[in-house]
Design a protein around this ligand. Structure first.
Ligand SMILES: Cc1cc2nc3c(=O)[nH]c(=O)nc-3n(C[C@H](O)[C@H](O)[C@H](O)COP(=O)(O)OP(=O)(O)OC[C@H]3O[C@@H](n4cnc5c(N)ncnc54)[C@H](O)[C@@H]3O)c2cc1C
Length: 305
């Protein structure tokens, strides 16, 4: 990739101050881990976002759509390509009766709060998931029995031909931590969510109960990326890892959380290599003990050995 050429193209539409070279990805992931990205661009609206993607596609530059980086492990060598960051910059939220329109960069926590403020029920499950709406649709994020599948009616997305399309819920093939976006190489631009009118006090109580549950059960005081492994049929990875006696096991700065064994925390100076080695160690131990192959939920970006 010719970095200067891509930067020149981007500059035609994007303010220079939003095009960074050699930006550390540790600044943009909840793990606080990751080497530098060749180019890190922050489009300020949907039109600029589409422009950035077109520039990358037309110039055959590798690119990656980044939300909050809350489900992401970036290699210590960083990323040879363009990171396109959709966060607070593209984050409009509008409530219309029992429907919410949210742009891809809106925080899921903010949308869930907006639902509560408007006495809309159905999004309480999302009140502690620290990603963007785009990332949540991509992942079909969920918790405590709720998931995006249950509330998303329409997804506005950019397809591979740079056309804006509307994809309806039944076309999204939502499944456990999966949506069609993952295979289609689409980019989520905005989402429509349908909720039900509820009692504000009741919604508040549910949110508070879930908040406490999360606070008591998850290592929120240390950098992490949520659950590391997907739930295999009939098992809970956290329990398997804990029963294997692995809580607190550490490689370099990466540690299996003492609070929740399906979380790996960065105790200060963890590298991506430490995390990967720990993941492999856990997978081997669990496989040897239970014959179950744990699959990683966290997405990986960049080169890993
Ligand atoms: C403390 C903590 C608790 C968590 N709890 C939960 C939980 O309860 N349930 C749960 O499901 N997850 C949980 N997570 C994981 C994470 O928050 C979710 O997976 C979230 O949906 C990721 O959103 P993001 O914006 O951070 O995505 P990122 O991590 O930035 O990206 C994840 C993937 O989505 C893609 N992506 C992001 N935005 C777009 C877009 N607009 N269009 C296309 N692709 C896109 C990226 O390319 C990447 O492949 C937790 C994480 C943390 C740190």
């Amino acid at each position: 990739m010719n970095i200067e050429k891509i930067v020149e193209h981007l500059k035609c539409r994007i303010d220079e101050k939003y095009i960074l070279k050699g930006e550390s990805m540790a600044n943009h992931t909840t793990y606080k881990i990751g080497g530098n990205a060749d180019i890190f661009v922050i489009p300020q609206n949907k039109e600029e976002l589409i422009y950035c993607i077109k520039v990358c596609r037309e110039n055959r530059a590798e690119y990656f759509i980044l939300g909050r980086g809350s489900n992401l492990l970036v290699s210590d060598d960083g990323f040879r390509g363009v990171i396109i960051n959709i966060e607070d910059n593209i984050s409009k939220i509008e409530v219309n009766d029992d429907e919410i329109y949210a742009e891809a960069g809106a925080g899921l926590i903010n949308v869930s709060y907006k639902a509560y403020i408007n006495s809309l029920s159905g999004m309480e499950f999302a009140c502690g998931i620290p990603g963007t709406v785009g990332g949540a649709v991509y992942m079909n994020a969920g918790a405590y029995g709720g998931e995006m599948k249950q509330i998303v009616t329409e997804v506005e997305a950019l397809d591979q031909n740079n056309e804006v399309k509307v994809i309806y819920n039944d076309e999204m093939r939502f499944d456990y931590r999966y949506s069609a976006i993952q295979d289609a190489n689409y980019v989520v631009l905005s989402v429509k969510i349908k909720l039900t009118k509820g009692e504000k006090e009741e919604i508040k109580n549910i949110r508070e109960r879930l908040r406490l549950h999360r606070q008591n059960g998850q290592p929120l005081d240390l950098p992490n990326a949520g659950s590391v492994f997907k739930r295999p049929e009939g098992h809970y990875p956290g329990k398997m890892i804990e029963d294997a006696g692995l809580k607190g096991y550490t490689i370099g700065g990466a540690q299996i959380s003492e609070k929740h064994a399906n979380f790996i925390v960065n105790t200060g100076d963890a590298t991506a290599k430490n995390v990967i080695e720990l993941i492999k160690y856990i997978q081997d131990e669990v496989y040897n003990l239970y014959g179950v192959q744990l699959k990683v939920e966290v997405k990986m970006l960049g080169e890993f050995e």
